[in-house]
Design a protein around this ligand. Structure first.
Ligand code: AMP
Length: 213
C-alpha cells in the first residue's frame, strides 16, 4: 500500500503517518525528518538545508528528488510506504511520478488533512519539540512526556517562519491537490478533532476507497 499524506504544515500529517506506519508496518518517509537528521549530523546537505528550513522556505527540487530516489530504493519500501512532506511542488510530483513508474509502483491513495489557516497558526506558533525524537507537543509543554527531556522550539515554528511556511504552502503545494484530484486519488479528511478521531477518519477513508482490502 503506497500512501501520500498531504496537507498544510501543522495539519497532523506526521502524527497520522506514524499511526499508519504502526498499523500497517510500512515505512513512514518524512522528508522534514530526513532533512533534520542531516542538519543534526552536519552533513553538506544539512549545512545547505539548515538556513532554508529555519526561514520556512523550500529546499531545491533537485535535492529533494535525489533524497526520495535514494529512500524509495531501500528494501523496506517493497511492500509500500507512507510519504509525508513530499512532493511539495509540481516538479517534485512529476519527478515522483516518473520514479514510481520506473519502480512499477503508484499511489493507492492521497489522504488530504484539511485544516483552516487560522487553526494552523495557532498550532504551529509556540509548538514545542523534543530534541531527542523530534515529536511535537502543544505550546506551554516544557518537558517531553516520554523521556523528560527539556523541549525546544524549532526555528521554523517561530512566528515569521510559520507565516512563510503557510504562504509557500498556499503558493507551491496547494496546486498539487488538483494534480491528484484529476486522478481521483484524493480522500479529504477533516483534520480537526482528537488524534484518534482523525485516525478513525483516515482508516474509514482507506476502507471506503478499498485500499486496505
Ligand atoms: P516538515 O517537517 O515536513 O514541515 O519539513 C520541514 C522543512 O523541511 C520544510 O519547511 C522545508 O524547509 C523542508 N522540506 C521538507 N520537505 C520538503 C520538500 N518536499 N521540498 C522542499 N523542502 C522540504
Amino acid at each position: 500500500m503506497n500512501l501520500l499524506l498531504y496537507g498544510p504544515p501543522g495539519s497532523g500529517k506526521g502524527t497520522q503517518a506514524e499511526m499508519l506506519h504502526k498499523r500497517f508496518d510500512i515505512p513512514h518517509i518524512a522528508t522534514g525528518d530526513i532533512l533534520r537528521n542531516e542538519v543534526a549530523a552536519g552533513t553538506p546537505l544539512g549545512l545547505k538545508a539548515k538556513p532554508i528550513m529555519a526561514a520556512g522556505g523550500y529546499v531545491p527540487d533537485d535535492v529533494m528528488i535525489g533524497i526520495i530516489r535514494n529512500r524509495l530504493a531501500q528494501p523496506d519500501c517493497v511492500n509500500g510506504f507512507i510519504m509525508d512532506g513530499f512532493p511539495r511542488t509540481i516538479p517534485q510530483a512529476q519527478a515522483l511520478d516518473e520514479l514510481l513508474t520506473e519502480l512499477s509502483k503508484a499511489f493507492d491513495r492521497v489522504l488530504y488533512l484539511k485544516v483552516e489557516t487560522s487553526e494552523l497558526v495557532k498550532r504551529l506558533a509556540g509548538r514545542m519539540t523534543c530534541p531527542v525524537d523530534q515529536k511535537t507537543y502543544p505550546p506551554g509543554t516544557r518537558t517531553c512526556p516520554a523521556d523528560g527531556t527539556k523541549l525546544v522550539q524549532r526555528d521554523d515554528d517561530k512566528p515569521d517562519a510559520v507565516k512563510h511556511r503557510i504562504e509557500i504552502y498556499l503558493e507551491k503545494t496547494l496546486p498539487l491537490l488538483d494534480y491528484y484530484r484529476a486522478r481521483h486519488l484524493v480522500s479529504e479528511i477533516e483534520g480537526v478533532g482528537t488524534i484518534d478521531e482523525i485516525h478513525g477518519s483516515v482508516l474509514s477513508a482507506l476502507e471506503k476507497a478499498r485500499v486496505t482490502n
